[in-house]
Design a protein around this ligand. Structure first.
Ligand code: ACM
Ligand code: ZN
Length: 546
């Protein structure tokens, strides 16, 4: 063998031994955590969880119990036992120690150490929760199953993990206006978010095609606005349009909403409700046509798209109505942010409406965009008075941003860039990388009908929520990102899962893992394991066809 071959051989041996050292666990089960922890070292050795393993904690608070439940509920479901909780002991080697530390890893970061002395998770409560989620991902994928599996060996490798998320807002949106899903599925969706260490569930509750939240003061919102007479069949662009002649609808009661909010908070997820205004309001206007510019009448919409009829901005009753609605909304949702929509509100009616035009003239506004800005600012003032902040789609920049508003940038990055430059908080959700209603393959003919577009896993993964146009200071206003799931073409939970997965996993890594730790091929290799978890969870995920 000549020198060159020798060197190559040495190099190959070095790589193999190096990877063996780092991935000792590979022979049995490799470490495949998604989103990838920001600092991870896999060591030689392993720990076995069994029914003698104790959880050590001195904290008897309900919030700490949520952390413990997130482990014990999974174990109970799949291996049939829960771990006993013991207080006031220093340590024991067959133990999982939950070590509350307020600030060492920020609000949501954690440290997970597994060695001869047992398992120790350190962090603030959310961090402890994420530490448990990581621990679960070190276990075999079957741990996420829905049935008992008595043979499952709960072996985890020795690791040293220190992990802090990149962004504070790590979200998934779900539109329940176009199609609505049972509370059980909403909870499942929240479980999927928690599994991915996502922490915001943006619940899009009102639409042209259905109003989904019970408002006690306005019973017609649930009697009339929550139901449409029929639904378009096939793609919206089909000509002529066909309809299914089936009444469709429903709504979530305030009790159900409280249940969802509680369920989410137990998983360290904030539910941000969206009440759309001034556009996407036909369902509300069908019940209260006097709040439109023309007086109606209107039917709850049966096809998709944008409507010219929106709330009248010249009518004081509109503001009284919306403030009354919001007064009930703020009581239901502890979230700091309330999403007020603001997108796709054509100014056609306002342009013709004497009341809207009178307001424009009385207030010396230049145009209808300034009237929209007035509308949003009034609502902002009201919500600020209730201790809340508003977030709206990037159209709320038009005519001037409300003083404290956060912006959700969806028509590309430009709205987000502009808002960050104006020192407003921004959540990035551009159609280019974050619209999970787009197709996942170019082979569209073999796919269930979707709105259009093409957003493959790799493109989601490539997303950087911080646009290069921003300075370091401006970039601080990008508080995170989310993906949107608009459900015109998702009539049931199975189809929501099909569109959300596996892309949710890529999004999770976009918002959690620092850029320098991301690598698509490495992600793909971990996804091999993730698909087994999805199988265990019985998720109906998209599989690329060859
Ligand atoms: C949107 O997609 N209309 C925000
Ligand atoms: Zn008007």
């Amino acid at each position: 063998m000549n020198l060159k071959n020798n060197l190559i051989l040495m190099f190959v041996i070095a790589i193999i031994s190096c990877s063996t050292a780092n991935y000792y666990f590979t022979e049995k089960q490799s470490v495949n955590i998604i989103p990838k922890p920001n600092k991870i070292k896999v060591n030689k050795g392993e720990f076995v969880i069994n029914n003698e393993t104790k959880i050590i904690t001195d904290d008897t608070s309900a919030i700490n119990q949520n952390v413990i439940n997130s482990l014990n509920n999974v174990l109970l479901r799949t291996v049939g036992y829960k771990l006993e909780i013991v207080c006031n002991v220093e340590s024991g080697s067959n133990s999982i120690k939950l070590n509350f530390v307020e600030n060492d890893f920020g609000n949501e970061g954690y440290q997970l150490k597994i060695d001869e002395t047992g398992i120790t998770i350190s962090g603030n409560y959310a961090g402890l929760f994420y530490g448990v989620q990581t621990l679960l991902q070190l276990l075999p994928p079957e741990i996420f199953g829905t049935e008992k599996n008595g043979n499952l060996a709960l072996i985890v490798p020795f690791v040293d993990i220190e992990d802090v998320p990149r962004f504070a807002w790590r979200g998934m949106h779900l539109d329940v206006g176009r199609h609505m899903f049972p509370i059980d599925f909403i909870k499942k969706y929240i479980d999927y978010l928690a599994f991915h260490k996502l922490n915001v569930f943006h619940w899009h509750l009102t639409e042209d095609q259905g109003w989904r939240i019970e408002i006690k003061k306005y019973p017609k919102l649930t009697e009339i606005s929550a139901f449409r007479n029929e639904t378009i069949v096939g793609h919206h662009s089909t000509n002529p349009q066909k309809f299914d002649r089936k009444k469709y609808g429903g709504f979530y009661t305030q009790e159900e909403i409280k249940e969802v909010v509680k369920y989410a908070s137990e998983r360290f997820i904030t539910v941000v409700p969206e009440i759309e205004m001034p556009g996407h309001a036909i369902a509300a206007l069908a019940a209260y046509p006097e709040l439109s510019c023309t007086g109606g009448p209107f039917d709850v919409r049966t096809s998709w798209g944008i409507s010219d009829d929106i709330f009248c901005a010249g009518n004081e009753n509109t503001f009284e109505f919306l403030e009354n609605v919001l007064s009930e909304v703020v009581e239901l949702f502890p979230s700091k942010f309330i999403h007020i929509g603001g997108d796709e509100a054509p100014k056609t009616r306002w342009h013709e409406c004497p009341k809207c035009q009178k307001r424009i003239s009385d207030e010396n506004f230049a145009d209808e965009h300034e009237l929209q800005s007035y509308f949003i600012q009034r609502i902002e003032k009201y919500l600020n008075s209730k201790g809340k902040e508003i977030i709206g789609w990037d159209e709320i920049l038009e005519g001037g941003l409300a003083p404290n508003a956060a912006v959700m940038s969806w028509r590309g990055n430009s709205g987000g860039i502009e808002a960050a430059k104006q020192k407003h908080n921004v959540v990035m959700a551009p159609t280019t990388h974050c619209y999970f209603d787009y197709y996942q393959t170019e082979n569209k003919d073999n796919e269930p009908l979707s709105i259009g577009g093409f957003l493959p896993l790799e493109k989601v993964y490539s997303f950087n929520p911080i646009p290069s146009e921003l300075t370091k200071e401006e970039a601080k206003f990008i508080i995170g990102a989310q993906a949107n799931v608009w459900t015109e073409y998702m009539p049931n939970p199975k189809q929501v899962e099909y569109m959300a997965f596996p892309r949710m996993s890529a999004l999770a890594e976009v918002v959690w893992t620092n850029n320098e730790n991301k690598n698509f091929n490495d992600f793909l290799s971990r996804m091999g394991f993730q698909y087994k978890r999805f199988d265990a969870m019985k998720i109906n995920y998209f599989k690329a066809r060859k």
